[in-house]
Write a protein that binds this ligand. Structure first.
Ligand code: PLP
Length: 400
């Protein structure tokens, strides 16, 4: 198939997300001296503002050159020791990869393997933690928003279990596709580490691992003996005090991050979160109107940043994605690993509005139609439009 290259490319994957013009312009700056005495004027307020986004009051934010995966690695290597017992669960590609990383680091992982489409197994977590009377489990890991299946997990409920049992394990959370888009309260949820990246809710290019670390977690560094060099929190702490870094930071991305934070605060973090909810409701209304279902099993698990849509049995979702890509110049998210061929994903996070969502739904309808899937053209678009109109709190009245 020849590729349609006209017009804007529709990027409807859950990361990298669309970059607003304001941020693209902010990225276009000359290189600067990262050891300059006033470099902290750029970076220190950024650390403080990222803490606000994460709901972190005490503790520290570390920003590494890297992607979200580097953030995962920093949490493991800075806070744990070889052979430590940890509790983890997998229910999608991202949660699974963090488990794999922990195993490669030589951690002793209690691995709860869940059906893809479910979230963190609270009952299993409680059972395992309750049985751990000697508190051998040093850390509990949760993927807040599983981007492969469009499932959001209840972090507060995990904290409640730890509190109920008086269990001192660290709570480590993957927030790569939730921070800045979904509600997150690191402090009041008692989260010890949250990992994010620049290319999702922060609307930036890939290249920054953004990590929030609680004071309790920082204190556990003293006994943690896994080797760490590039991703060392100690090295970061020493230099970050003045806003400097142990090696060359991605200075241009910091200018982009400044613009991103400004945009989020200008709109208001709660408005940003509300917008994600509204747009996700539109997508879900569309999917329902198509007569299709989501990979996420129950409504309480539906993610407001990404929807994984299950296509009818006899079809291959890769064909839908390929058709959308070549014929309509738009990218939909692929089905990964266990759900390859079964789902396509619509990423609805970051720099996005109602009309962009309608574009994604319209394109997905055409691509599914082209692949022979029985879809009433316009049904998903109309359902989303209806949702958006109802959610529209600006009532336009005809002038008298
Ligand atoms: C994207 C993503 C990652 C991986 O981040 P990279 O930036 O690709 O390294 C991890 N977890 C979740 C939930 C993600 O969405």
């Amino acid at each position: 198939m020849e590729k349609n290259t006209s017009g804007n490319t529709g990027l409807f994957i859950p990361g990298p997300t669309n970059i607003p013009d304001k941020i693209r312009q902010a990225l276009n700056v000359s290189m600067q001296d990262m050891r300059a005495p006033d470099f902290g004027e750029l970076t220190l307020p950024i650390f403080a503002d990222v803490k606000k986004i994460m709901g972190l009051e005490n503790g520290e934010v570390f920003i590494f050159p890297g992607s979200g995966t580097a953030g995962w690695e920093s949490a493991i290597s800075n806070l744990l020791s070889f052979g430590d017992e940890v509790l983890m669960s997998s229910f999608g590609q991202f949660s699974l990869l963090w488990v794999d990383m922990a195993q490669r680091y030589g951690l002793n992982v209690h691995h709860c393997e869940e059906e893809w489409g479910l979230g963190v197994p609270l009952d299993r977590y409680r059972e395992i933690l309750e049985a751990d009377k000697a508190h051998k489990i040093k850390a509990v890991f949760v993927c807040h928003n599983e981007t492969a299946t469009g499932v959001v997990s209840n972090i507060e409920a995990v904290r409640d279990i730890l509190n109920d049992l008086d269990h001192p394990a660290l709570l480590c959370v993957d927030g790569v596709s939730s921070i800045g888009s979904l509600e997150f309260h690191m402090e009041s949820w008692g989260v010890d580490v949250v990992v994010s990246g620049s290319q999702k809710g922060f609307m930036l290019p890939t290249g920054l691992a953004i990590v929030g670390v609680s004071e309790k977690a920082l204190n556990s560094r003293a006994t943690a003996n896994l080797p760490r060099t590039f991703l060392s929190y100690d090295d970061m702490l020493k230099t970050n005090v003045t806003g400097h870094f142990p090696y060359t930071p991605a200075t241009t991305l910091f200018h982009g991050l400044r613009a991103s934070l400004d945009m989020i605060f200008d709109e208001g973090l709660y408005n940003v979160i509300a917008r994600h909810t509204r747009l996700a409701n539109g997508v879900r209304a569309g999917v329902h109107a198509w007569g299709l279902s989501l990979c996420a099993k129950t409504p309480n698990l539906y993610s407001n940043t990404v929807s994984a849509i299950v296509i009818p049995e006899d079809f291959d979702s890769a064909e839908v994605i390929k058709t959308a890509y070549y014929r309509y110049n738009m990218s939909l998210g692929a089905g990964l690993n266990k759900v390859a061929g079964r789902v396509f994903r619509i990423g609805h996070l970051g720099n996005l509005n109602e009309i962009m969502v309608l574009q994604a739904l319209a394109g997905a309808e055409m691509a599914m139609h082209d692949c022979g899937i029985q879809i009433e053209l316009g049904a998903g678009v109309a359902a989303a439009q209806e949702t958006f109109l109802q959610a529209n709190d600006i009532k336009v009245t005809k002038a008298a």
